[in-house]
Write a protein that binds this ligand. Structure first.
Ligand SMILES: CC(=O)CC(=O)C(=O)O
Ligand SMILES: [Mg+2]
Length: 231
């Protein structure tokens, strides 16, 4: 996936870029875990007191229309997790919460596909989740949504259907850590660069998908929609 140029993101931020036109964000993927209390509870996890961070490699990206979600080797249970993605438009480290929103270039909708069985095995051994969360195609993404298209990032509906049946229907108002807190926290440890994608965690309702399933997900009613099939 191509990296975004600053000039490109400025152009995209002009609000003239048509919706669902894939922008070349494609740098590191910083993910937040357990950012919704109901989701933490459904997997038997405690609500974190500080943001919980993990990474996916850039090879995890799957652009809509560029193929199907592939199952990792020996996969027994792969779960969908619908998440709001923040696309970084201005680099920064040690970002203050008060100026964090200036670093948001836009948004997208993403799936944090997770090999749940492998994740549980790794968790029980105290090992990192990288293989369970970072396999090829584990980060399907939709188009770039200019920052100006979301007035209030603390009130965005996130929903997901599998084969037409609603599985997840949450709202960013239930996030434990809000976007400015997340960007400030992450940037104390790693510089956020233009084109990085921050996945803000999933609401409750995660569950398994199988071969040939079709996943449709959206932001609000029709602000942004994505569709992916499982190979
Ligand atoms: C338990 C998880 O897989 C954490 C995660 O990715 C989330 O969105 O929460
Ligand atoms: Mg997730």
């Amino acid at each position: 996936m191509q990296r975004i140029a600053i000039s490109t993101i400025r152009k995209m931020s002009s609000n003239t870029e048509p919706l669902n036109n894939f922008a070349n964000f494609g740098k590191k993927i910083v993910c937040i875990g357990r950012n919704y209390a109901e989701h933490a509870a459904e997997l038997g996890n405690k609500v974190p007191t500080k943001p919980m961070i993990f990474l996916k490699p850039t090879s995890a990206y799957l652009q809509e229309g560029q193929g199907n979600i592939k199952l990792p080797p020996n996969c027994t249970e792969i779960h969908h997790e619908v998440e709001l993605g923040i696309v970084i438009g201005k680099s920064g480290s040690n970002i203050l919460e008060s100026s964090a929103m200036e670093h948001v270039g836009g948004y997208t909708l993403a799936l944090d596909m997770t090999e749940r069985k492998l994740q549980s095995d790794l968790k029980s051994k105290g090992h990192p989740w990288s293989l369970a969360k970072g396999f090829d195609t584990s980060c399907p993404v939709g188009g770039f949504l200019d920052a100006s298209r979301i007035d209030n990032v603390d009130d965005v509906r996130l929903w997901l259907k599998v084969n037409g049946e609603t599985k997840q229907d949450g709202n960013t108002k239930d996030m434990i850590f809000r976007v400015p807190t997340l960007l400030s926290f992450i940037s104390q440890y790693m510089t956020l660069e233009v084109g990085d994608l921050v996945l803000t965690g999933t609401p409750s309702g995660v569950g398994p998908v199988r071969s040939k399933d079709v996943i449709v997900a959206g932001l609000n009613d029709d602000l942004l929609q994505i569709e992916f099939s499982v190979e």
